[in-house]
Design a protein around this ligand. Sequence first.
Ligand SMILES: Cc1cc2nc3c(=O)[nH]c(=O)nc-3n(C[C@H](O)[C@H](O)[C@H](O)COP(=O)(O)O)c2cc1C
Length: 236
Amino acid sequence: MILVVYAHPYPHYSRACATLLEAIQDLPGLQVRSLYDLYPEFDIDVAAEQQALERADLVIWMGPLYWYTVPALLKHWFEKVLLQGWAYGAGQARLAGKDCLWVTTAGGDEHAFSPEGRHEHPVETFVPVVEQTARFCRMRWLAPFVLLSAHEVRETVLREHGVKLRERLETWLEKREPSPRPSPKGEGEREREPSPRPSPKGEGEREPSPRPSPKGEGEREPSPRPSPKGEGDSRA
Ligand SMILES: Cc1cc2nc3c(=O)[nH]c(=O)nc-3n(C[C@H](O)[C@H](O)[C@H](O)COP(=O)(O)O)c2cc1C
């Protein structure tokens, strides 16, 4: 099952994200949870979110790039849903082995994400915080799908990106192995681990979390990282 955790503060005014979502939403077994529709007051139903996650084999975090990261409600979702003892640490790593894909759109173009541009850094500079959130929960990080120039890009080009995203997910559906089902809470795990606090280095995890790598190793379907030249990726 593919779970799209969709975070657009104004879903009805979205152009770029809405086009990408429309392109994939009828894929078999795909469920969309539009966070800003579900939780306009930021009152996230943690149990409902965790249940949806447990059913998923691929978790997609989807939304516009806001201040170089995910919109506020998705960040809040990370804090409320990815709990110690459920997502990491003592108890269970309930998301371990699931695939995770970040689909995001950005207003900046190639030039904006260059040393001379207003964002000064390539867009991949801004990926590691989201990436490591997934990796800390022992999810398998897939190469992000990033669309640049979200405001300027023509409708036809936007739709082409929607097709590319859909094809990528269709390939994933063909190749996927179901992710391992979590065992009942606490079974066989508790004694072996101390009760960790999350730390930048990941001390206290059951085993060292994989290092982020530019190649996104551990993916089932190799696909390129966004690159400044845009080869093989999904940027405008
Ligand atoms: C609060 C806010 C922060 C933003 N931050 C960035 C940013 O850091 N980098 C960037 O390129 N675009 C940024 N943008 C532009 C959005 O990424 C862009 O509006 C969005 O991707 C367009 O997608 P949509 O049509 O689905 O809304 C920001 C926009 C807003 C409203």
